[in-house]
Design a protein around this ligand. Structure first.
Ligand SMILES: Nc1nc2c(c(=O)[nH]1)N[C@H]1C(S)=C(S)[C@@H](COP(=O)(O)OP(=O)(O)OC[C@H]3O[C@@H](n4cnc5c(=O)[nH]c(N)nc54)[C@H](O)[C@@H]3O)O[C@H]1N2
Ligand SMILES: Nc1nc2c(c(=O)[nH]1)N[C@H]1C(S)=C(S)[C@@H](COP(=O)(O)OP(=O)(O)OC[C@H]3O[C@@H](n4cnc5c(=O)[nH]c(N)nc54)[C@H](O)[C@@H]3O)O[C@H]1N2
Ligand SMILES: [Mo]
Length: 782
């Protein structure tokens, strides 16, 4: 390996000369970093304090609280643009969380970034700013075009911007030379128009953020149950006897789950957390809206068992549970739900055989847990009448993510934990509408049935060949096969793996278009031509010809409801996302018979079309106006399985190989408490006891000792990709943390520089963001 094969990137401790795109930096203040164990309950006063801090910082103290009380409200208000956790079904309780509030106030900042700002700063100069500083400039106010002569963004009219998009798209040799990326915030109506535009134009190149988060869940659930979604809803969370929570940092990333966990604990349910780290949600919480608990500092436990599985070891643990249940069934027939298995499932014998063949030694080696641990988990599972299993990225961002989600289903099927109250699979989705995006057509591998209906209803001839997802798009931009990149929200250059490779791909494009609310890195890493198109946020009023419009979203549990903005738009020059899409579509498809303008006058018209195209959206306009919206029909929930066998299918996949016992560690990249994906609010990670530090690696104490690394030492981290290429970051701080040996953890998006674009799961095409093989060595000069 020559030195030039090593991608070198420096941490923030070093000077930044010659630095390439790294990303993710928080505010660059000079406070000393610190780390210490965190012993307080999740949420509660720490959260309240943090919220106040953000509100003060964003100077949103007046608007913030007012907005929050309009958020997630039955019959009105806007959907929290934070996570995809559903709203309380009772509709009475205001279920709000710290991070949702931060997220809303982030959008409502009074700061603005307009033409005068861009006149003052070249792109080269802005490229040296931290990501925090970029977003901290405030809301974008008008459309901008990149001017290569001055290396600046200049104002452009909306019509000229649309015409530029249209010209570039029409100039392509093939529609497949364009890629249309979606970040999971986009509402359903905009989503529908976006995919319609892409397909009418002639491509299924619809990469999305879901390609990096729950692709594995969708594929596994589709194969096993004939639906790409979870089957459980909040009622099930409220009635389960046992909850298994795998690979999610709920206190930070789905904080409203804390309420569900505290309620579960109080009613005596068992709560098993599976995570290499003992995250805050696996300890205790003070539920923020329970005023008396807040006043009395009364905390509730949110866990009854924590299993610190090895990174990537979940499938082995689940198989261990299955093996134990099957062994028990030899003397206790009630251990299995034989009737359910016989009537509703397929492939049980093969699954039983593979469980029997797998030795406990292998399961221990793979999971990093003891046989006793696995038996304890199996005991909890066996004793529960109703079990619900929930998971997020700790399960999916692995080579065997699909197999692991299928193993979750396998275990559930053994005891008939499906299609009844309190039971079932329940993935925690990421972005607030990422599930709705898929439902409404953002799918690079659309089903023929869907395309048939889209074609018939919309009078277009949709392309039939599969399009490109995120990792395929990265490669294609590099090879010159994708020349126009449209980013509908998000921050592609930092969110995608292999930051420098992604950046180079974007730079090679003829045109990059970013539809955004705030300035971010993806505006600075651009194609030959580049546009920034600023849009309304979800909190803002969307005025169109026939009045103020509402858009709909779908949560993690398939509930679709309306979201109505209530704030005055950040600038009079902003357009809504549907209007921007329609503008681009009209300029690209001058002969289109799609009523783009009419759709924008009144979104009810978009919904009327959607009702005809999308399964489960019949009578959309009426049902979406019901107090809590409506739930999309879930055949698997009714024990109707649209699978090859017509039954729920067991899978008997082989276990993945355990990592080698050598000097490498398996590094997982995750979010801190104070960030939203690529948006970093501060350099703190409260629940992990970390302050003023993001360029860190959390390690097991013995692994540190074996490498002669003292807590707080500076280290270099070298990742080796499957193809042998190496990537490196330098001068990161090693922090001792309670986790199994052989594992390590650090923050996204900074550490995307270590994830090779070629290292993605062969099962889901998801980048291996939780499974990076690294060597950690003390930095030279300490
Ligand atoms: N406040 C806030 N909320 C968010 C987001 C945000 O950035 N900020 N992002 C949103 C998005 S898009 C998503 S997809 C979700 C992400 O939600 P999470 O999945 O919670 O996201 P991560 O921070 O990546 O945390 C991954 C968790 O999995 C654990 N883990 C890592 N590897 C393994 C493993 O092999 N096995 C197991 N069992 N656990 C493992 C980590 O220790 C960590 O607790 O959150 C959404 N909500
Ligand atoms: N290493 C590593 N990498 C990861 C992950 C990981 O766990 N590890 N997680 C992956 C996951 S799960 C995801 S989902 C992706 C996230 O990928 P993205 O969705 O691409 O990234 P975000 O950071 O959520 O996008 C933030 C930007 O969205 C824009 N924005 C905010 N609100 C709106 C709006 O209402 N409309 C529009 N048009 N734009 C808006 C703002 O300009 C903001 O800068 O990252 C992935 N990358
Ligand atoms: Mo995500």
């Amino acid at each position: 390996m020559s030195a030039s094969d090593v991608h070198k990137t420096s941490g923030r401790d070093e000077d930044t000369v010659g630095r390439t795109v790294t990303g993710g930096d928080g505010p660059a203040d000079d406070k000393a970093p610190s780390w210490h164990p965190y012993h307080h309950p999740a949420a509660g006063w720490g959260a309240a304090k943090s919220v106040t801090h953000v509100l003060v910082k964003e100077r949103a103290l007046l608007d913030g609280p007012r907005a929050i009380f309009r958020m997630n409200h039955e019959n009105g208000g806007f959907d929290c643009p934070g996570c995809a956790w559903p709203d309380d079904t009772k509709g009475l309780k205001l279920d709000i969380c710290e991070n949702g509030i931060k997220h809303v106030t982030w959008e409502m900042t009074p700061k603005r970034v307009g033409a005068d700002f861009f006149a003052e700063h070249t792109v080269a100069e802005l490229s040296t700013w931290s990501d925090f500083a970029l977003e901290d400039q405030g809301r974008l106010t008008e459309p901008l075009v990149y001017d290569p002569d001055t290396d600046r963004y200049l104002p452009i009219s909306w019509q000229e911007a649309f015409d530029l998009v249209g010209r570039e798209l029409r100039a392509l040799d093939s529609p497949h030379e364009a890629a249309f990326y979606t970040s999971g915030r986009l509402g359903n109506e905009a989503t529908f128009l976006y995919q319609l535009m892409a397909r009418e134009f002639g491509t299924n190149n619809l990469p999305d953020c879901s390609n990096m988060c729950h692709e594995a869940s969708g594929r596994a659930l589709q194969a096993a149950l004939g639906t790409g979604k979870g089957t459980a809803d909040l009622k099930d969370w409220e009635t389960a006897d046992a909850l298994f929570i795998l690979g999610v940092n709920a206190a930070s990333n789905a904080p409203r789950m804390l309420t569900a966990l505290a309620d579960a604990y109080r009613r005596g349910a068992q709560i098993v957390h599976v995570n290499p780290l003992v995250e805050a949600a696996a300890t205790r919480t003070i539920v923020p809206h329970e005023i008396t608990d807040m006043a009395l500092f009364k905390s509730t436990r949110t866990s009854t068992l924590n299993l610190q599985v090895r990174v990537g070891g979940d499938m082995a643990l689940l198989r261990g549970i299955a093996k134990a249940v099957l062994e028990e069934s030899r003397h206790d027939p009630k251990a299995l739900d034989r009737e359910f298995i016989d009537r509703y499932t397929y492939g049980f014998d093969a699954y039983r055989a593979v469980c029997e063949q797998t030795s406990w030694e292998e399961l221990e080696e793979q999971s990093g847990l003891t046989r006793a641990d696995m038996l304890e988990a199996a005991g909890i599972y066996s004793r529960a009448d109703r079990t619900l299993m929930s998971w997020c990225l700790g399960v999916t961002q692995h080579e065997h993510g699909v197999d692991t989600v299928r193993e979750i289903v396998n275990v559930l099927l053994l005891r008939g934990n499906l299609g009844r109250e309190g039971a079932g699979p329940s993935p925690v989705r990421g972005h607030s509408n990422v599930q709705g995006n898929r439902t409404c057509g953002i799918d690079h591998r659309p089903e023929q049935e869907f395309l048939d209906r889209l074609g018939a209803v919309c009078g277009i001839d949709p392309p039939r060949e599969h399009g490109m997802d995120t990792v395929a798009t990265l490669q294609a931009m590099h090879d010159g096969r994708v020349k126009v990149f449209v980013g509908m929200g998000g921050n592609f250059v930092l969110a995608a793996p292999d930051t420098e490779f992604t950046a180079e791909g974007l730079r090679r494009c003829a045109l990059t278009v970013q539809v955004s609310t705030k300035l971010n890195r993806s505006h600075l890493v651009h194609g030959g031509k580049a546009l920034i198109l600023p849009c309304l946020g979800r909190t803002e009023k969307d005025h169109q010809r026939r009045g103020v419009q509402a858009t709909s979203v779908e949560d993690s549990m398939s509930m679709v409801h309306l979201s109505v903005g209530m704030k005055k738009p950040a600038s009079p020059h902003l357009l809504s996302e549907p209007a921007i899409i329609a503008g681009m579509a009209r300029a690209t498809l001058p002969d289109s018979t799609t009523p783009w303008e009419s759709y924008i006058e009144d979104y009810d018209r978009i919904r009327d079309t959607m009702a005809q195209v999308l399964d489960g959206f019949e009578d959309f306009n009426r049902r979406v106006r019901l107090p809590l919206g409506f739930r999309i029909r879930q055949p698997a929930r009714e024990l109707v399985f649209r699978t090859a066998s017509g039954r729920a299918e067991f899978s008997a996949a082989p276990l993945p190989k355990a990592p080698p016992r050598d000097d490498t560690l398996v590094l997982q990249t995750m979010r801190s408490h104070d960030q939203w994906n690529t948006t970093i609010y501060s350099d703190n990670d409260r629940y992990r006891g970390i302050e003023n530090l993001r360029t860190l690696i959390l390690m097991n104490a013995d692994d540190m000792r074996a490498r002669h690394i003292e807590p707080g030492d500076l280290v270099d981290i070298t990742a080796t990709a499957r193809d042998g290429s190496r990537r490196r970051v330098e001068r990161y701080r090693a922090v001792e943390y309670d986790m199994p040996r052989g594992c390590a953890a650090g923050y996204m998006p900074e550490l995307n520089v270590l994830v090779a674009a070629t290292d993605y799961s062969t099962q889901s095409d998801q980048p291996l963001m939780k499974n990076i093989t690294v060597r950690v060595t003390p930095s030279e000069g300490g």
